[in-house]
Design a binder for this molecule. Structure first.
Ligand code: FES
Length: 108
């Protein structure tokens, strides 16, 4: 029987106020880079390394739900991970929960 994700599988990666204050925050969990982005009450989590050449997506410019890699301009939809600049790549995105002051991300 397959287990459904539980709260225990969500990892605490950051404080809500830290993400909101900066608009974006790069976190690391078990060697994986996760980029968190905030817009009002909304927080997104995406794999933080650009699939092109590893650019830091947390340092990219975000407009709405689209982030632009700061190195060469590839763009990604934060909801779906879809690359919007013509590349057939899918950037991993992760479910987010806010629990009190903490941002929890299902990165497994
Ligand atoms: S490293 Fe992101 S577009 Fe090149």
């Amino acid at each position: 029987m397959r287990e459904e994700p539980t709260m225990s599988q969500y990892i605490r990666l950051a404080k809500v106020q830290d993400v909101r204050a900066r608009g974006a925050l790069e976190c690391e969990w078990e060697g994986r880079i996760v980029a968190l982005f905030a817009d009002g009450d909304r927080i997104w989590a995406m794999d933080g390394m650009c699939p092109h050449q590893g650019g830091p997506l947390a340092e990219g410019e975000r407009r709405g739900r689209v982030v632009t890699c700061p190195w060469h301009g590839w763009q990604f939809d934060l909801e779906t991970g879809r690359c919007l600049t013509g590349r057939a790549v899918q950037q991993p995105v992760y479910p987010v929960r806010i629990e009190g002051e903490d941002v929890l991300v299902l990165v497994g």
